[in-house]
Design a protein around this ligand. Structure first.
Ligand SMILES: Cc1cc2nc3c(=O)[nH]c(=O)nc-3n(C[C@H](O)[C@H](O)[C@H](O)COP(=O)(O)OP(=O)(O)OC[C@H]3O[C@@H](n4cnc5c(N)ncnc54)[C@H](O)[C@@H]3O)c2cc1C
Length: 317
């Protein structure tokens, strides 16, 4: 079996989601011949990927036109056949994976969170559907390559290997698309600890009742050395920046501790936080659906409760 892993990196260290792809492969084939095609990143790190063959395309991901990436990958696939083409979860993959599937007429499955090997050796891929309310189980009759995008934090991060391998360089395709070009990129990063890297995340929702409610959330997150998250209702009310959104359309997180204050637990919110190891929730409604997913639940006014925890934590230090 031949597998291509396509990675995008704008820093020297691999994003976890790149390395999780390799554990995903191990789940169904330990003997696969793995090729990595890396756009951006550090060549030294790329040489230590747990793959058999590595390619590097020098590209500044902040400014590159995504159609150049697509053309480069398209040309690469004209000369190389793969059973599977795998992508991590990030903004560029969101564009490139479905586009290459369309161009090449390969089937595409995004958001894979598990894989099952059937007794007859067939593979079944599992992904959440209907905004996380159900699981879709897919088997694909294999006549062509299959494009898969792997859900972040669903597989272990695979370690880099000790001994480096050769990295072959490929040139990025010249821009030839007149359909669009990137004029400017603005990335907003929430202040402080980043949501997807934090071990503790403290999130607020509509139940906070107003922008001031996030003062308590920020203070608690600061004391716990955690990051601040939010539901879409809070973001849409402009109580907090969109960069803090957790959920289907926001950040996908997997902290050890996820604390929610005044969040109901809509499926779209859970999509982004259900990989948390422990969820602790505060809500006035004992029937709030977030409690079904929480290890500990507190039926209380969230603003009152947050004050008490902060007080308690300050006194205990
Ligand atoms: C396509 C699509 C994508 C979406 N993507 C996302 C996403 O990425 N992330 C996301 O979060 N949402 C997303 N949503 C929106 C989602 O469906 C919910 O509307 C949203 O998550 C609700 O936010 P909330 O829990 O803060 O508000 P609500 O659902 O209104 O819940 C507020 C909760 O606060 C409780 N409460 C009220 N007062 C208090 C108090 N004083 N103390 C304690 N608790 C109190 C209430 O009992 C209630 O449970 C998406 C929706 C769609 C259609």
């Amino acid at each position: 079996m031949k597998i291509l892993c396509v990675t995008f990196n704008d820093s020297e260290v691999f994003d976890d989601s790149c390395l999780e792809i390799f554990s995903f492969i191990e789940n169904f084939n330990k003997e696969a011949q793995i090729t990595s095609l890396n756009f951006g990143g550090d060549k030294n790190q790329i040489s230590k990927l747990p793959s058999d063959e590595n390619f590097y395309v020098d590209s500044n991901l902040e400014s590159v036109n995504p159609t150049q990436i697509l053309d480069t990958l398209d040309n690469f696939l004209d000369n190389n056949d793969f059973d599977y083409i795998l992508f991590q979860k990030d903004d560029l993959s969101n564009y490139v994976a479905p586009s290459i599937s369309f161009r090449k007429n390969y089937p595409y499955l995004p958001d894979i969170k598990a894989v099952r090997v059937e007794e007859n050796g067939n593979l079944k891929f599992i992904r959440p559907i209907h905004g996380e309310a159900a699981e879709g189980v897919y088997s694909i009759s294999k006549s062509k390559s299959l494009v898969l995008k792997i859900r972040k934090s669903s597989f272990e991060k695979k370690a880099l290997i000790e001994k480096s391998r050769d990295v072959k360089e490929l040139l990025i395709s010249e821009p030839n698309s007149k359909s669009f070009k990137i004029v400017e990129t603005n990335k907003s990063k929430p202040e402080g600890i980043q949501l997807d890297e934090a071990d503790i995340v403290v999130s607020g929702g509509r139940g906070l009742g107003g922008k001031e409610g996030f003062d308590g959330i920020r203070e608690l997150a600061g004391i716990l050395n955690g990051a601040v998250g939010a539901s879409r209702a809070a973001v849409e009310s402009e109580w907090i920046e969109p960069g803090n959104l957790v959920g289907l359309t926001g950040k996908w997180i997997s902290p050890t501790l996820y604390m929610t204050f005044g969040i109901s637990g809509a499926s779209q919110h859970l999509a982004g936080c259900s990989n948390s190891k422990n969820i602790v929730s505060v809500n006035t409604d004992p029937d709030a659906s977030i409690f079904n997913h929480s290890r500990f639940g507190v039926v209380a006014d969230c603003n009152e409760f947050i004050k008490e925890i902060i007080e308690e934590l300050k006194n205990s230090n």
